[in-house]
Design a protein around this ligand. Structure first.
Ligand code: XMP
Length: 328
């Protein structure tokens, strides 16, 4: 019988056996998989674990602080947070093409991670939140999407950590992947068992490039701030109305077009937010969520009233295929 306690005890003794008194490095992203690895390794080897959290400034509202709160403050995990927002924004300046934005973010992410890791001494292992579906899907080269583009899979990140410069030559890292045999729902159950907040463990998937692909076209700090506020209102209302867990993925998208609004004594031209929510099993096809009109009305009115700079909210009723879940 599958039992979270058994799996945890098993993994812990396996990790201890593998690493002995060595030190382990983990890239923490705030996502479910790396979070569960952090919690597991912390129990297994405590201070022999060092996490590097690259904050690219394209996370959801309060997410970076929440990662630090959960791991560093509550659990006592050693976490180095790198605030790289300015570097990412600088690198993205003027760039409008979605796949190029993805490449820039992916490459810089690895670069910053490696720079930070190179400062550490005596690391022998690199831990990764690889789970079983990653092993099958990404067989080394990244995930091939139906439209032919290749998304960086975890295996690709691993490869670059191993091959690209940054880490000193003598720091050849061995790979530690304690979740390699587990499915997502098993990872989640283990996460809860290890004491991670339910809200973190059952959060909707979030793309690696983050808000970088939810701001259409050029990414700026102002757009990201507006989007974060609108998205936080949407998610808060979904939770409050018990709709969050019925959606497979829900988020706001920032549209850099201006639409007219009559406010007080004049006409203003302000930005537009699109709300998306889908239901899906495998994320390859998806149906838009039939959210209640009253709910949508409340979210729209809160966003328009509370987010200065947004004057119009739309709801996306496109299914996949052909429309992808993300807008870029
Ligand atoms: P699409 O938009 O292709 O999304 O229908 C399917 C699922 O993949 C996620 N997604 C990404 N995840 N890096 C990621 O790690 C990416 O570049 C990326 N693009 C899309 C998306 O959020 C959805 O869950």
């Amino acid at each position: 019988r599958w039992d979270a306690d058994n799996i945890i005890a098993d993994s812990i003794s396996r990790v201890r056996e593998q690493v002995g008194s060595d030190h382990v490095l983990l890239g923490l992203s705030g996502g479910v998989d790396s979070s569960v690895v952090a919690a597991l390794l912390h129990q297994a080897i405590g201070r022999q674990l060092t996490c590097v959290f690259v904050d690219h400034g394209l996370l959801r509202q309060g997410e970076g602080d929440q990662v630090m709160e959960t791991f560093a403050r509550h659990m006592g995990v050693r976490v180095i947070r790198v605030n790289a927002e300015e570097r990412f924004l600088e690198a993205l300046k003027g760039e409008e093409a979605p796949e190029r934005k993805r490449k820039i973010i992916g490459r810089l992410f690895v670069e910053v991670f490696e720079e930070e890791s190179a400062k550490l001494q005596g690391i022998h292992w690199l831990a990764q939140g690889t789970i079983y579906p990653d092993v099958i899907e990404s067989a080394g080269a990244g995930i091939k999407m139906p439209d032919g583009t290749v998304r960086a899979g975890k295996a690709q990140m691993i490869k670059s950590h191993h091959n690209v410069g940054g880490l000193p030559e003598n720091m050849k890292l061995k790979l530690l992947e304690p979740l390699r045999e587990l499915f997502k729902d098993e990872v989640r159950r283990i996460g809860v068992e290890l004491g991670l907040p339910r809200e973190m463990v059952y959060r909707h998937p979030f793309p690696g490039p983050g808000l970088g692909v939810r701001i259409l076209g050029e990414v700026t700090k102002r757009y990201a701030d507006l989007l974060r506020k609108a998205d936080a209102i949407y998610i808060e209302e979904l939770r409050r109305h018990d709709l969050y867990d019925r959606s497979s993925q829900a988020f706001a998208v920032f549209l850099p077009v201006r639409s007219v609004a009559v406010m007080g004594d004049g006409r203003r031209y302000e930005y537009v937010i699109a709300l998306r929510s889908v239901e899906t099993i495998d994320f390859m096809t998806a149906r838009w969520s039939r959210l209640p009109y009253e709910f949508l009305e409340r979210v729209a009115s809160r966003i328009i009233n509370e987010v200065d700079g947004i004057s119009r909210v739309t709801y996306d009723i496109s299914s996949k295929p052909p429309a992808t879940i993300e807008w870029e």
